[in-house]
Each structure stands twice: as structure tokens, then as C-alpha cells.
Design a protein around this ligand. Structure first.
Ligand code: ZN
Length: 146
């Protein structure tokens, strides 16, 4: 039975914009859930508060590092000398499906999709086992907050 990954052309923006994002509190390292469309980053554990609508937040998200609105993402883990990261569980599951797939289908002419824009080290089949382990670490991290 093959696990067939079908690229439906979801863009990174889709995962960023459609679902809650998980950030790491800069003060106590707890997980902060930044609600979709909300501009208030608020830690329920220590009371850290930041209103990102007030400006001076330069980074919406990073490419090589898991950063979002100048805050570290909660779902980050070292992998293959890099950092593997995801905005939320939906993004994590997408990456898991991609990496564990034996066959990667692709919708033509969609070059905005996450799959087509993934860095080479994630696309590389020789990193597949390490990537799968890294994603499993992130899955376990998700379980802590559910
Ligand atoms: Zn905190």
C-alpha cells in the first residue's frame, strides 16, 4: 500500500493565514496559541503580552528558521544540521504526509505551493528517515498542549 501524497497547491500563506499559530513564549518558553486573525500574543502561563498590530514587527515568518512575528515558533526541532519548523498541527501534518509519501503527485503549474517551494534538504530522499524522526518529535510536542 503506497502512501500517495497529492500536492493540492497549498501555499505557506494558507497554513499561516487559515489556522492558529503556535509560538514559544520568550519569557517562560511555554506554548502560546496565537489565534487566527488575532494580533495579541498572550502567554497564559506567565502573562507575557505583545500587541503585534502596533508595528515594528518585521518578520512575519522566516524561511530557514522557525520565526513568526519576531517570536520563535513552538514547533521547531534540529534536523540534518538545519531547523525543521511548522506553524501549527495542520502544517505539521502536511509535512508529515509529504515526507512519508512513497509517491509524490504534483498539480502542474502551481509553483506557489509549499511542496514546490520546500528546500532541497527536505525534498531529498536521503534525509527521509531523519526528517520523519524530527516530525515525530514535533508530534510529541503537540501532544503536550492538547
Ligand atoms: Zn510565558
Amino acid at each position: 500500500m503506497h502512501n500517495h501524497f497529492r500536492d493540492k497547491g497549498e501555499s505557506l500563506y494558507y497554513f499561516f493565514d487559515t489556522f492558529d499559530k503556535l509560538l514559544e513564549c520568550p519569557d517562560c518558553s511555554s506554548c502560546i496559541i496565537l489565534k487566527c486573525k488575532s494580533s495579541i500574543i498572550c502567554c497564559n502561563h506567565c502573562g507575557y503580552l505583545k500587541d503585534i498590530s502596533l508595528g515594528h514587527v518585521t518578520t512575519r515568518w522566516g524561511s530557514n528558521y522557525g520565526v513568526c512575528y519576531d517570536h520563535k515558533l513552538w514547533l521547531r526541532t534540529p534536523c540534518c544540521g538545519r531547523e525543521l519548523w511548522a506553524f501549527n498541527k495542520e502544517h505539521l501534518h502536511y509535512l508529515f504526509n509529504y515526507i512519508t509519501a512513497d509517491i509524490r503527485g504534483r498539480t502542474p503549474y502551481i509553483n506557489q505551493s509549499v511542496a514546490s517551494r520546500l528546500p532541497d534538504w527536505i525534498k531529498s530522499s536521503k534525509n527521509k528517515i531523519q526528517l520523519k524522526k524530527a516530525l515525530e518529535r514535533l508530534e510529541r510536542k503537540m501532544e503536550v498542549i492538547q
